[in-house]
Design a protein around this ligand. Structure first.
Ligand code: ADE
Ligand code: ZN
Length: 334
């Protein structure tokens, strides 16, 4: 029996380094002469059991040692885009973490040029339009973020926005106020992870100090009714990642996810996979999981897909956005 075509969607919260599947990690390790502290891909996969965000980040950064050349970054992105396309992703806004590579002696140009090689061919090869978002590591000094922004200026035509990721608690958004101000002056859009593990004050700061247009995660906004009001009235999109929240133990089970409540109060939610190689599912798997475990109905799935295109940075191609939105409206659920 053939599978029904998946619901068309945009993915707005996806770390390209988090798409590194164990098999590709081993292939790149062999090609680059990098020793991994695991005997097989299966053994590595069995290490994907996390207690919290930091325990995941430790493995996530360690495995990046296999990514060294433009070709490595190109293959990584191409493999993600192929899988995303199979799961109905039509448009992907992709995070990358330059500091995690430059700290290992890999030039930012190698990262951006390698990723761009895959992204530039993606529409034609996979039917997926793309944008890149440069993320700063919030647990690194602000000077390093500023240096990273400056080193990326020659590549300004290759990415559309800046983001903020890595260990949240103890690294509030306000630390990066000057970096975001400069990024905005360079014409870049602004997003930031907030309210993943951090309390609602992290979301307030991302909005009020960094001036972000979207909140990545934003899960803990539900603890602050004033914040929920603000997010609803200003239509700030949240890029939720429910499978990530379970794997990083922000919530106990998917059935505990506040998505139904968030939709009911009018928050502009989108569904995303975050680090799919580590968290057990890509974008389509995420839609399937919330349908199965949270009882999200077909018309709410359509709303989530519609939101993903409305919240995307496709403002420079409204014709393409309109085409995607028409596809969402025309979609017939099996
Ligand atoms: N879920 C996440 N939160 C913060 N930083 C990340 N980097 C990669 N995935 C992340
Ligand atoms: Zn993330």
């Amino acid at each position: 029996m053939s599978h029904p075509a998946p619901l068309p969607k945009a993915e707005l919260h996806l770390h390209i380094e988090g798409t590194l599947e164990p098999e590709l990690a081993f292939a790149l390790a062999a090609r680059n002469g990098v020793e991994l502290p695991y005997a097989t891909a299966e053994e590595l996969r069995s290490a994907y059991a996390f207690d919290d965000l930091q325990s995941f980040l430790d493995l996530y950064y360690a495995l990046m040692a296999v990514l060294r050349t433009e070709q490595d970054f190109e293959e990584l992105a191409d493999a993600y885009l192929a899988r995303a396309a199979e799961q109905g992703v039509r448009h992907a806004e992709i995070f990358f973490d330059p500091q995690a590579h430059t700290a290992r002696g890999v030039e930012i140009g190698t990262v951006i040029d390698g990723l761009s090689r895959a992204l530039d061919r993606s529409q034609e090869r996979h039917g997926v339009s793309t944008r890149l978002i440069l993320c700063f590591l919030r647990d690194q000094p602000v000077e390093s973020a500023m240096e990273t922004l400056h080193s990326a200026v020659p590549y300004l035509d290759k990415f559309v926005a800046v983001g903020l990721d890595s260990a949240e608690v103890g690294n509030p958004a306000s630390k990066f106020a000057d970096v975001y101000e400069e990024a905005s002056a360079l014409g870049l859009r602004r997003v930031a992870h907030a309210g993943e593990e951090g309390d609602p004050s992290y979301i307030w700061e991302a909005l009020d100090v960094l001036g972000v247009e979207r909140i990545d995660h934003g899960l803990r906004c539900v603890e602050d009714p004033e914040l929920v009001k603000r997010l609803v009235f200003s239509r700030i999109p949240l890029t939720l990642c429910p499978l990530s929240n379970v794997r990083l133990r922000t919530i106990d089970t998917l059935a505990d996810h506040p998505l139904p409540k968030m939709l009911a109060v009018g928050l502009m939610c989108t569904l995303n996979s975050d680090d799919p190689a580590y968290f057990g599912g890509y974008a389509g798997d995420t839609f399937d999981a919330v349908r199965a475990e949270l009882g999200i109905k077909d018309e709410q799935l359509r709303e989530l897909a519609r939101n993903s295109f409305l919240a995307s940075f496709l403002d420079d191609d409204e014709e393409l956005r309109a085409r995607y939105l028409a596809e969402v409206e025309a979609y017939v659920f099996a």
